[in-house]
Design a protein around this ligand. Structure first.
Ligand SMILES: Cc1cc2nc3c(=O)[nH]c(=O)nc-3n(C[C@H](O)[C@H](O)[C@H](O)COP(=O)(O)O)c2cc1C
Length: 306
């Protein structure tokens, strides 16, 4: 392995920089800013079985060092994705990870089956969307529902299953362990943090959905703590996501135990950020005479086991 390479189970990545679902479309929105092949891989916006309209506007609010969003999984559905969005992405990206979301177990299974022969590298299973009434986070906050779902998906597909966890739980390690035992190949830690913004003059919530998910630099220390805790609780690889704005956050996630990271909200501020991170990480590794694999979990204070 060269010093940037990393592996998420059987999926090797040329470098640990991935995009975060919902902030990068299906790649084409960014291809004038970044050579998509340069990144470890592209994680798509959540795909649902049928077209989904999403939540009423407003859907986003800027907050100090971050944003709240309540998009509600708007997308054109699996059929359109397979025909129109996936083929061009597969030509342009080193690795393609498709994020799936459903309302029921059957939705998720149908999505996994529908994507099984598409040549993608992994499924990212979104059991943690805070912005839809059914499904999504309803699975992710309950270890039994998460485990039952992952067991079904494990039977339905041979694709690697990366399960994206919700931070909106009392102890994320309980869900992480249940999902690991059910057959997940990796865990993505984590989705957005449930929040609310209020228009004080109107005395009304700003978001059409009332609540939304907080992301961006504000959440980085929270996500880092979750990665560190989960690293002590499971053996499968972790992918850190939350507030990456520079290589400092990338390296911190690796030290805390992540094998790769996803970059989300900050793409909106700096659309060529991901490409820059690959270059800067490479320079940093050279100047520190180290490698991504040496950094993973190398924090001097190990997380409590359990
Ligand atoms: C506008 C927006 C849309 C998002 N859509 C999705 C989605 O469809 N599926 C999903 O799993 N996560 C979604 N996320 C969550 C991100 O993938 C990521 O977990 C979160 O934003 C934290 O990373 P960040 O702080 O780097 O943005 C979305 C986030 C934002 C800001």
């Amino acid at each position: 392995m060269n010093n940037l390479q990393t592996a998420i189970g059987d999926v090797t990545l040329a470098n640990p920089i991935l995009t975060a679902s919902g902030t990068y479309g299906s790649g084409r929105e960014y291809e004038n800013f970044v050579d998509l092949k340069k990144l470890g891989g592209i994680v798509t916006k959540s795909v649902t079985l049928k077209p989904t309209r999403g939540n009423p506007p407003p859907r986003v609010v800027e907050t100090p060092s971050g944003m709240l969003n309540a998009i509600g999984l708007q997308n054109e559905g699996l059929e359109y994705f397979l025909k129109e969005l996936l083929p061009p992405l597969q030509k342009k990206a080193a690795r393609v990870i498709v994020n799936i979301a459903g309302k029921t177990e059957n939705d998720y299974v149908a999505l996994a089956e529908g994507l099984s022969d598409s040549g993608i590298d992994a499924l990212e299973v979104n059991i943690s969307c805070p912005n839809v009434k059914e499904g999504g986070m309803a699975f992710g906050v309950c270890e039994n529902a998460s485990s039952a779902l992952v067991k079904k998906l494990r039977k339905a597909t041979r694709l690697p299953l990366w399960v994206k966890l919700s931070p909106n739980v009392t102890d994320i390690r309980v869900v992480a362990q249940a999902v690991e035992q059910a057959g997940a190949d990796a865990l993505v830690v984590a989705n957005t943090f449930l929040g609310i913004a209020i228009d004080i003059e109107k005395r009304r919530p700003i978001l059409g959905n009332v609540t939304g998910g907080l992301s961006g630099p504000a959440v980085h220390p929270l996500a880092l703590r979750l990665v560190w805790q989960v690293a002590g609780a499971v053996k499968i690889p972790l992918i850190g996501v939350g507030g990456v704005a520079g290589i400092r956050e990338v390296i911190a996630f690796l030290l805390a135990g992540a094998s790769a990271v996803e970059v989300g909200t900050m793409n909106f501020v700096e659309p060529d950020l991901t490409g820059r991170l690959v270059d800067e990480l490479s320079d940093w590794l050279k100047s520190h005479k180290t490698s991504v694999s040496d950094l993973i979990g190398a924090l001097e204070i190990a997380p409590p086991r359990g």
